[in-house]
Design a protein around this ligand. Sequence first.
Ligand code: HEM
Length: 151
Amino acid sequence: MITIALALHLLATLIWVGGMFFAIMVLRLAAGELDPPIRVPLWGRVFQRFFPWVWMAVIILPLSGYWMIFSVWGGFAGLPLHVHIMQALGLIMILIYLHIWFAPYRRFRIALSNSDIPEAGKNLNQIRILVTVNLIIGLVTSVVGSTGRYW
Ligand code: HEM
């Protein structure tokens, strides 16, 4: 059973962090040359398809994580340091994502549906900064989570 929890945990991590890496390090640079009226709605379609996967990850990660904590370590007493760090960083990532969803992304969608490209672009920039922060935390969390048992 624990193998299922760990497998789900790892797959959710790969999809979320890998997706952010692709968005920031590849698609952002490749799409940067497009004019805003083309580029900004393109990001709208990208988020529409990527964010449901992120919702899946922000639900699966804590569920599978706490499942492992209770079944492997029997709770929080005696939990190894790397799991404490992962849990803290994971919760920060989830809060940042919720903020993206309910603040700049909501404004971005409203602006886009009003064809207000400058306003949508302003919010896209905020989303970009927050996703970059989450990408950095996500890479660190993945390394801590997977190497922690050896230190
Ligand atoms: C509420 C949040 C989280 C909790 C409670 C949690 C808990 C755990 C636990 C208990 C393990 C097993 C550790 C071990 O056996 O040494 C684990 C592994 C791992 N976690 Fe998390 N985690 C959380 C969030 C995250 C996030 C946000 C990421 C990445 C972005 C992440 C990435 C990993 C990775 C890569 C592993 C190692 C998988 C492997 O064995 O290769 N975790 N996590």
